[in-house]
Design a protein around this ligand. Sequence first.
Ligand SMILES: Cc1cc2nc3c(=O)[nH]c(=O)nc-3n(C[C@H](O)[C@H](O)[C@H](O)COP(=O)(O)O)c2cc1C
Length: 172
Amino acid sequence: MREITMEELKLNPLTAFSKDWMALTAGNEKDGCNTMTVSWGHLGILWDSAKGFMPTAIVYVRPQRYTKKFMDSEQFFTLSWLGSGQHKPLGVLGSRSGRDCDKYKEAGVHPVFVDGTAYLEEAKVVFVCRKIYQAPLKEENFVDHAVCEIVYPGKDFHDVYVGEIIKILADE
Ligand SMILES: Cc1cc2nc3c(=O)[nH]c(=O)nc-3n(C[C@H](O)[C@H](O)[C@H](O)COP(=O)(O)O)c2cc1C
């Protein structure tokens, strides 16, 4: 893996989330980690850092996900893009819970620990993120209530996590 600049990044964020899917990981070598598949998310710019515009990743995690425990306790999280055509391992990471089984073994993927966090060895691109902001989505803040009713019949509103992208790694 080589660290690349955001100018060198070739990935299409819209299709990376919606078509290929991403693997969200939080945790560390000492306490363990967990990974789940996500297809809702954003890569873009929000706020400023000392270097100027802050590159950010935004992800949405429902309260029942085991990964949420790690998202809440950790300072960092990562998004691993495995490339196209990786729905088999991502299907396992997106349907089984780390609460009940060794998902990594079942999915045939491997966590790598670096910089106090973890990502997937099989990744083609990794976004290492520092957690900046977390908040639950709220029913009363929906302007279009039809969306709320379709997506949240059980009122299990996602928490939003905004992370500063502090490093981009590419397998090239
Ligand atoms: C394609 C796909 C996309 C998903 N996107 C999300 C998402 O954006 N947010 C979320 O909370 N769950 C999402 N899920 C569901 C979790 O990945 C799934 O519930 C997973 O088993 C949770 O694992 P965990 O309990 O080990 O954290 C998605 C699942 C799939 C298959």
